[in-house]
Design a protein around this ligand. Structure first.
Ligand code: ATP
Ligand code: MG
Length: 493
């Protein structure tokens, strides 16, 4: 099927297809970017397919790199910023793939003569669409447009062959359900499930990259539920499915698995970054292994699940070869997510200890994780009083107290450089100065303070003492006000 279709193609892309066509070759935009355009999404990368061989493509462009031996040439535009989709546009020669080993790359590639052959080797019909910029035509050999309209993931031709050839397509299918909110067509789904075990032959890096795309999608909960029902989770994270059917009693209505998923979904709804999403997904992963029955109270307990969970999370992250920084962040958040367990005992010093454990830069992430955890339990959206109180206390613990330390002069300087004697006069002086600086912060310079110290030093003990004490009480007043402001901001009295 060929449709007339008027897509707005960026000039940087159409320049490449025109150059190929003017040299007498065929050239089409193809794959995910055409799918995206059909869905009204702006593509984030552009792929072009052509009947020209790499050797024929290269001389047509100022900077073209033969990237690998898979018939792909990258057209580079070094003026474009590194992350721009136009920095590198991929031009791939038509090909038809036959034999695969390791379920990875084709053993050798066979160039094909026609577009039809090229799209035939692609994974899903929605990814097998091509677009002719010159003619404004959408070329749809496999009913990809219909699949997009029906929100269906369907393999190109026989699903068994497709998944047997390349098990990564299993991960791709699941990832697309999460990204696009599509369903998997029943026959495709059945075949996908049948070849799940072939995932064990796929490199962990490729599994991880698809898994990350799934986690970063809009519907990660849906994707992972699908992965579980189709028997795929085992090849991604067996630790997570330990939580399936593990009831929790007390405040929880969901089993551990679903609770983790719901927490994850909340982080996706909020568009929080990868490490927070992973922390939410794994935060209770240690619960199944630590669950005990308290027969007296008739409840389950999960003592130490955050410690066991942090260890399991670390093993998972290492196995999938996540970068060390991400691993450390996720493990830390899982390890300390129970900070809130005893809200009645929350003291400022307990909050300070927690900040020391997770570090200043992650303390607010821990609060976000707490919110996700609550939503994952099916609790209402709004933060309860306790949570807001805790947030106010964090802010209080993080802020620098008002003190003479803020002055751009100190006792040491006054003794060594100004020849003053240590003693109570100096303390009074500093507090008097602090009061003046709180009124007029712009005066907090070494020069101004030196002059002021000289003036104050003229005063007799009694006058200076009074000034100092007045300064001290003003400081205390300011302290109280700033803490009141924090409490007001968080809605706690
Ligand atoms: P996105 O870029 O949003 O991750 P995509 O579908 O564009 O998704 P790419 O990895 O960019 O994925 O691949 C571009 C195209 O190459 C796909 O649309 C598909 O036609 C084809 N393709 C990619 N991987 C495979 C595969 N494992 N098997 C078959 N075809 C594939
Ligand atoms: Mg793509």
């Amino acid at each position: 099927m060929v449709y007339t279709q008027n897509f707005n193609i960026p000039e940087k892309v159409s320049r490449v297809t025109s150059a190929l066509q003017q040299a007498g070759y065929e050239a089409y935009i193809v794959g995910g970017c055409v799918r995206d355009m059909c869905m009204g999404i702006t593509p984030k990368d552009w792929d072009i397919t052509t009947n020209a061989t790499p050797e024929q493509v290269i001389p047509l462009f100022a900077k073209a790199v033969h990237e690998n031996n898979f018939g792909m040439v990258a057209i580079i535009d070094e003026e474009e910023p590194l992350e721009s989709p136009f920095r590198s546009i991929e031009v791939t020669t038509y090909r038809s793939e036959t034999t695969y080993t390791n379920n990875r790359h084709p053993d050798h590639i066979t160039y094909a003569q026609t577009l039809r052959e090229d799209v035939r080797r692609r994974d899903f019909t929605m990814n097998a669409l091509a677009y002719d910029v010159e003619k404004g035509e959408l070329i749809d050999y496999y009913d990809g447009l219909k699949a997009i309209q029906e929100k269906l993931i369907v393999t190109v031709e026989n699903p068994h062959d497709r998944f047997e050839e390349d098990a990564l397509r299993i991960m791709r299918a699941i990832r697309f359900t999460a990204q696009l909110g599509f369903h998997i067509e029943p026959q495709t789904e059945q075949a996908l499930s049948a070849y799940a075990q072939n995932l064990s032959t796929i490199s962990v890096e490729r599994i991880r990259d698809e898994f990350v795309k799934l986690i970063m999608s809009a519907h990660p909960m849906h994707g992972l539920q699908k992965a579980h029902t189709l028997g795929i989770m085992h090849y991604i994270s067996p630790e997570l499915i330990e939580g399936v059917g593990v009831d929790q009693s007390r405040n929880h209505v969901y089993d551990v698995w679903e609770h983790n998923l719901r927490a994850l979904q909340k982080t996706a709804d909020e568009q929080w970054p990868l490490y927070l999403r992973l922390a939410a997904l794994f935060h209770d992963v240690g619960k199944p292994r630590t669950r005990r029955r308290d027969t007296k109270k008739n409840i389950y307990t999960f003592y130490g699940h955050e410690v066991v969970g942090a260890k399991m999370t670390k093993e998972f992250m290492k196995r999938l070869r996540f970068p060390k920084k991400t691993t450390d962040e996720v493990v830390k958040l899982v390890r300390y997510h129970m900070f809130f367990s005893d809200p009645e005992q929350i003291t400022l010093s307990a909050v300070r200890r927690m900040i020391t454990h997770v570090g200043k830069e992650y303390i607010w992430d821990l609060m976000k994780l707490r919110r996700a955890d609550r939503i994952g339990m099916g609790r209402p959206q709004a933060a309860p009083y306790r949570l807001r109180k805790y947030e106010a206390m964090i802010e209080q613990a993080l802020r620098d107290p008002i003190s003479v330390q803020q002055l751009n002069i100190n006792g040491d300087y006054m003794i060594k450089d100004m020849g003053m004697k240590p003693g109570p006069r100096m303390g009074w002086m500093l507090h008097a100065l602090l009061e003046e600086i709180l009124e007029q912060p712009e005066n907090n310079t070494r020069e101004w303070l030196i002059e002021r110290v000289k003036d104050l030093d003229e005063l007799d003990d009694e006058t200076l003492r009074k000034l100092g004490e007045k300064g001290k009480s003003t400081k205390e007043q300011h302290e109280e006000e700033s803490i009141r402001d924090i409490h007001k901001k968080h809605g706690v009295a």
